[in-house]
Design a protein around this ligand. Sequence first.
Ligand SMILES: C[S@@+](CC[C@H](N)C(=O)[O-])C[C@H]1O[C@@H](n2cnc3c(N)ncnc32)[C@H](O)[C@@H]1O
Length: 311
Amino acid sequence: MPTIGELLSDAAARLRASGSATARLDAEVLLGFAVGADRTSIVAHPDAPVGQEAAARFEEAVRRREAGEPVAYIRGIKEFHGLAFAADARALIPRPETEALVDAALVEVMTRLGRRTGEAGRGGPHGGDPIRVADVGTGGGAIAVALAAGLRARRVEMGKHVTILATERSPDALDLARENAVGHAAADGMRFVEADLLPPVLPDGGAPLDVVLANLPYVRTDAIADLPIAASFEPRDALDGGADGLDVVRALLERLPEALAPDGVALLEIGADQGDSAPAAVATQLPGWRSSVAPDLAGLPRVLRVERPGP
Ligand SMILES: C[S@@+](CC[C@H](N)C(=O)[O-])C[C@H]1O[C@@H](n2cnc3c(N)ncnc32)[C@H](O)[C@@H]1O
C-alpha cells in the first residue's frame, strides 16, 4: 500500500507539471478528501498507508485537477466566512475577497438594528419593521447565507428583525443557494427569487429595501481568457461583466432608485481595477447619491458603498 507521503509527492509533481500554482496544497486537500480526513491529519502522518479505495478516489481527483477543474468542485465544498458551502458547476465558487462584503453587510445591518432600538415607540429588542436586505445575483448563496448565519450568531431573529431576498438569474444556481441555506439551517426569513437583478415587484407588497448587496459579474470580457483555467469550469454568466466589466453593476445602479429606501445603502463587490470607474458610474447614474470604496484584506479596492440620501 502506498503511504500518504508517497502519494503526495507523486501527485504534487503531476499537478505542478499540469500548471497548478498550488500543487502541493491541492494534493494535500484532495488526499484529505479521498481519505475522509482533514488536511492537518494528512500532513501530520506522511508514513500512514492509504487503502486501495481511497487511493483510487485520490487518483480520480488528481486526474480532474490535472485537467484544470477547481479543487472546490472536485471536493464539492468551499469554505467561506467560516462555513462550508456546497460547491458545484451550477454556480461560481465563493471567493475569499467576497468575505469583505459580508463583513461590511454585518456592520451595516447591526448598525441599523442598533439605531432602531434607540427609537421611541418601537417594540421588541430591535423594534419596528424588519431590515430588508437583498443579495442580488446570489449564485450559490454564499453572501446571503453567511450574512444570515452571522446575524443569528449575534442573536438577531431572522424573519422578525431582518429579511433577506436572494435573487438569481440562473435557476440552477438558485437551487444550490437554497440547498446551502437549508444546509446551514439559515433559510428562516430568507426568500429565493429567480429574477433579472430584482423582481418587478419586491416582496412584502413592494416595500423598499434597506440594504442591497451584490457580487455581480465584473470581469472585463477581454480579460476572461486570461483567468486561470479553473475559471473555465465556472458559469461564464457569473464572470463576464462586459467591455469594461461594469455592465451588470450599471444595470443594478439603474434599478436602485425604485428599489432602495431613502437612507438605504448598496454594497457592491467590484474588481481591483474598478476603484475609480465604479464610483464614477454612481456619480453619472445617481446624482446626489454618495459613494465610497473600501479595500479588501489585500488592500485592493473591493466594496463599493452607495448611499441614497435620507428623506
Ligand atoms: C460573480 S457571481 C457571484 C455569486 C455569489 N454572489 C458569490 O459571491 O459567490 C455573479 C452571479 O450573478 C448572477 N447574475 C448575473 N447577471 C444577473 C442578473 N442580471 N440578474 C440576476 N443574477 C445575475 C450570475 O448568474 C452569478 O451567479
